[in-house]
Design a protein around this ligand. Structure first.
Ligand code: MRU
Length: 344
């Protein structure tokens, strides 16, 4: 693999504020159609979050912040708009963190202009956090590493650059990563449809595997690090992320690969003591019973579709946040960085 400059590996911005609407790259249609959806109200943003037009924990927080700005511009009831946005998806705490920050701004008597500045700050800070985490995480990777990632944690899922995919971008540019594997990520195929698109577009060669090939791949010795993002990290370091992450952590421990979680502080929820208390989103079983509108399972069959799982903290080797790297996260290590309420 050759390693051109980092800028070559960071070209996508999927959440774009236009001054009077929020323009979202429609992730339901990727990789074959690059279509943009303009949202002109908080209700339209909430719908886009629910329908996965925009997805990924930081990106939905950023989108929600802009939804509040749209509500303010339209003279809507801001409390109602925030409640609508908050209810769009339950697991990723970045959504709640962004809305809490917008609420604090509003409670301070802010007008639309200062709500706009706060939404822009939320977006800009996410990009800066991702760049910082990319550098910190990449420094942990020994030269010649093979990595496996899950779901999509890249520019599409954030303000840009990505969390786990940011570490992969930085690690590849530094020459530390020589092999990248991406899981398909059934049933919505974030890995196959989104991560493979991002990596190819930004010139990072990657190999797609079926989710069920992960243990077999790790046994072959080609993966030194499993690198994933997170949707909510509890006070003891338990980590909710895309369904299938937990089994990757178990397989990594069994095969001697190391397991890295990369997430900004907006994903840390010190008010949730442990993973058991995290609300795991259950989506429509239809996502499992067919694909692209085509039924693939016999009529009358039932399906269970939890879209996140919780990896216990003792399976996490390294947690990278923009506030620093925590090895073997537990309640004491988390408190040392985030305090009791995330405000350190
Ligand atoms: O259902 P999704 O696609 O929103 O789930 C996304 C994930 O699980 C990501 O891994 C997580 O949000 C981290 S994104 C930087």
């Amino acid at each position: 693999m050759t390693s051109p400059s980092l800028a070559d590996h960071d070209t996508i911005r999927a959440v774009q504020w236009q001054g009077d609407c929020l323009r979202l790259l429609d992730q339901r249609k990727l990789p074959f159609v690059e279509d943009w959806l303009d949202c002109r109200s908080a209700a339209a943003v909430a719908q886009a979050v629910r329908d996965l037009v925009v997805r990924g924990a930081p990106a939905i927080g950023i989108a929600a912040a802009w939804g509040v700005v749209l509500a303010a511009q339209g003279g809507d009831d801001l409390e109602r708009a925030m409640a609508l946005l908050r209810a769009a998806r339950p697991t990723a705490v970045n959504l709640m963190a962004a809305l809490d920050r917008m609420h604090a701004c509003m409670a301070g008597g802010a007008d639309a202009a200062s709500l706009t500045r706060t939404a822009q700050a939320i977006q800009d800070e996410d990009l800066a956090a991702n760049r910082a985490m990319g550098a910190m995480g990449a420094a942990w990777l020994q030269r010649g590493s093979g990595v496996l990632t899950h779901c999509n944690t890249g520019s599409l899922a954030t303000a840009g650059f990505g969390t786990a995919l940011g570490v992969i971008r930085a690690g590849y540019a530094a020459g530390n990563i020589v092999r990248v594997f991406a899981d398909e990520t059934r049933p919505w195929l974030q890995g196959a449809r989104l991560t493979m698109w991002e990596l190819q577009r930004d010139g990072i060669p990657a190999t797609l595997i079926a989710d069920s090939a992960a243990s077999h791949l790790m046994k072959s010795g080609q993966v030194q690090w499993v690198i994933v993002g997170a949707d909510r990290i509890a006070a003891n370091g338990d980590t909710a992320n895309k369904i299938g992450t937990y089994q990757l952590a178990i397989a990594a421990r069994h095969h001697g690969a190391r397991f890295m979680v990369v997430a900004p502080s907006t994903t840390v929820d010190m008010a949730t003591p442990a993973g058991d208390a995290i609300d795991i989103e259950l989506r429509d079983p239809a996502e499992l019973l067919g694909y692209a509108g085509q039924r693939t399972v016999v009529e009358g069959a039932r399906a269970w579709n939890p879209v996140f799982d919780v990896t216990p903290h003792d399976l996490v080797d390294v947690l990278v946040t923009e506030r620093g790297v925590i090895t073997q996260p537990d309640v004491d290590a988390m408190r040392a960085v985030f305090g009791n309420d995330g405000t350190n």
